[in-house]
Design a protein around this ligand. Structure first.
Ligand SMILES: [Zn+2]
Ligand SMILES: [Zn+2]
Length: 335
């Protein structure tokens, strides 16, 4: 049943991909004489279509929810503009494209080195024939393994100072909304793509499953950032990361404080937080952001940048300051 649905969706996406290719890309490429890039562009369009559909789905399902049951009311929606730009950059596969251009050769090398030196990759499908080779079973196993890796990746983003400065771009949004998930430092995005690609290669995720894994994961993470009152209830919030659970991770003074300890790092499942003692189920709605952003005496009214470019650039400046040991961060010492 589920593979039929996926096959149907795949057909639909391929149809849109071909349509876009014939009606938009090909005429443009003929005009500018870029026919050499033809085939790669056709493949990349698959991700563009998936990303475009995701944004449409987010807007249709989550935006009305924010309008009808807002958790926080804001006067100024202008600060969301940067997040919308991040969403389009992320969803249209710009980051993936850079990743493939920069790191794909390295991955091919890694792959052939693994074959030459007979380094086995864990082949989930053959662990229990008849069970783990069922697409739904292997999909679930991959999802859980990648989520476990994601939990640790996220903890390290908070643990190491330089890495935190990159991740601070995500946390510096004080008006969390459905657009907030892709608000990340691009360098961190590329490191993350490499991290997950390496693990996927090692555990033998099939490319067709990888697309679905990424799409499901992305959509659930957009739900987590929604500015809407969406209680999951006791049971569901222990199965899937809820907006309440993730909002706690963004709460000033609770979820994270620079390189100090935080809570609720789970990406899709809260199980790892429960297992490693980092879960907080407090439902209080707290202001979100980074303590430094608050006016004195709680913070230093620090700016993390208004637009996309300013946010990207100031992260580098903060890293340089940190490495020179010039500045004492309130977010590091108060907690
Ligand atoms: Zn975080
Ligand atoms: Zn978040």
């Amino acid at each position: 049943m589920i593979h039929e649905v996926i096959a149907q969706l795949d057909n639909g996406v391929s149809w849109l991909q071909t349509l876009l290719y014939i009606d938009v890309v090909q005429p443009l490429f003929y005009k500018f004489g870029w026919m050499g890039y033809d085939e790669d562009t056709y493949d990349a369009l698959y991700w563009v279509v998936i990303g475009g559909l995701q944004v449409v789905l987010m807007y249709v399902l989550l935006r009305p929810l924010e309008a009808l049951r807002p958790l926080e009311t804001w006067q100024n929606r202008r600060v969301l503009r940067a997040d919308v730009i991040y969403t389009w950059i992320g969803k249209l596969g710009v980051i993936n494209l850079v990743f493939f251009m920069l790191l794909q050769p390295l991955f091919f090398q890694l792959q052939s080195l693994m074959t030459i030196h007979n380094i086995p990759n864990i082949d989930i499908d053959s662990v229990w024939p008849g069970v783990t080779d069922q697409p739904l079973v292997s999909f679930t196993i991959y999802l859980i393994l990648l989520d476990f890796a994601g939990y640790w990746y996220h903890r390290w983003q908070h643990r190491f100072g330089v890495w935190w400065e990159l991740h601070a771009v995500h946390h510096s949004q004080q008006q969390m909304s459905l657009w907030c998930d892709d608000r990340n430092h691009f360098v961190d995005d590329i490191i993350q793509a490499a991290f997950f690609a390496a693990i996927s290669l090692f555990i033998g995720v099939q490319p067709s499953q990888f697309v679905v894994l990424v799409a499901v994961g992305n959509f659930l993470q957009s739900v987590q950032h929604v500015n809407a009152n969406l209680p999951f209830g006791w049971v569901l919030e222990r199965i899937l990361v809820s907006p309440q659970f993730h909002r706690r991770h963004h709460a000033i003074g609770y979820g994270h404080e620079g390189t100090r300890y935080g809570c609720n790092f789970g990406v899709l499942f809260p199980w790892w937080d429960m297992m490693f003692g980092t879960a907080s189920w407090n439902r209080e709605v707290e202001p979100t952001g980074i303590r430094d952003q608050l006016a004195a005496p709680q913070g230093t009214a620090r700016s993390y940048g208004e637009g996309v470019l300013a946010q990207q650039w100031t992260a580098f400046e903060r890293i340089v300051e940190r490495l020179r040991g010039r500045r004492v961060y309130t977010s590091d010492i108060v907690g």
